[in-house]
Design a protein around this ligand. Structure first.
Ligand code: PD2
Ligand code: ZN
Length: 156
């Protein structure tokens, strides 16, 4: 589900903290998205950045993503960056997107937040930002996502 930006005092306080930590004004954020994964569920690897102009008309590019882990997960559910690390792009040649090995795995821990950049500082596309959510194999996973644009995002 999606929350509206500053829809209540708690959400506004979280967004103020995100702005303080990222140094990007809260007005550049989309509304927080809350995700739930039951056992067996996953998020296939993807880029959060946009290629087409249409999705950038309001707010421009999604330059950064902040994931806030709301639960520990008993097993699985890591956020996976398959192309991250030394020679990571070499893995593009024979990548098994569902394998969840190679690259960087971030284990969800309640209270942790993970900030990553979807583009280089000059706003060009960064393939290393490919990421997915590995299957939850035991327990459940709740996470809240804040996508951050390079310009003010209206009506969030
Ligand atoms: O839940 C995750 O780990 C995850 C993985 C990839 C969330 C997102 N993408 C997202 O919300 O963009
Ligand atoms: Zn994503």
């Amino acid at each position: 589900m999606f929350l509206l930006r500053a829809q209540d005092a708690v959400v506004a306080a979280i967004e103020a903290r995100i702005a303080a930590h990222t140094h990007i004004p809260a007005s550049h954020g989309e509304g927080i998205q809350v995700l739930h994964y039951a056992p067996g569920e996953l998020y296939e690897p993807h880029f959060d950045s946009f290629h087409e102009e249409f999705n950038q008309r309001n707010g421009g590019q999604r330059i950064a993503t902040l994931l806030m882990y709301l639960t520990d997960v008993e097993e699985g559910g890591e956020t996976h960056f398959p192309l991250e690390g030394r020679n990571g792009l070499e893995r593009l040649k024979n990548i098994d997107y569902k394998s969840c090995d190679g690259g960087l795995l971030v284990r969800p821990r309640a209270g942790d937040a993970l900030l990553f950049w979807n583009v280089f500082p000059n706003a060009t596309f960064d393939k290393h930002a490919l990421h997915g959510g590995c299957p939850v194999t035991k327990g459940e996973k709740w996470v809240a996502t804040k996508w951050i644009r390079d310009k003010s995002f209206g009506k969030a």
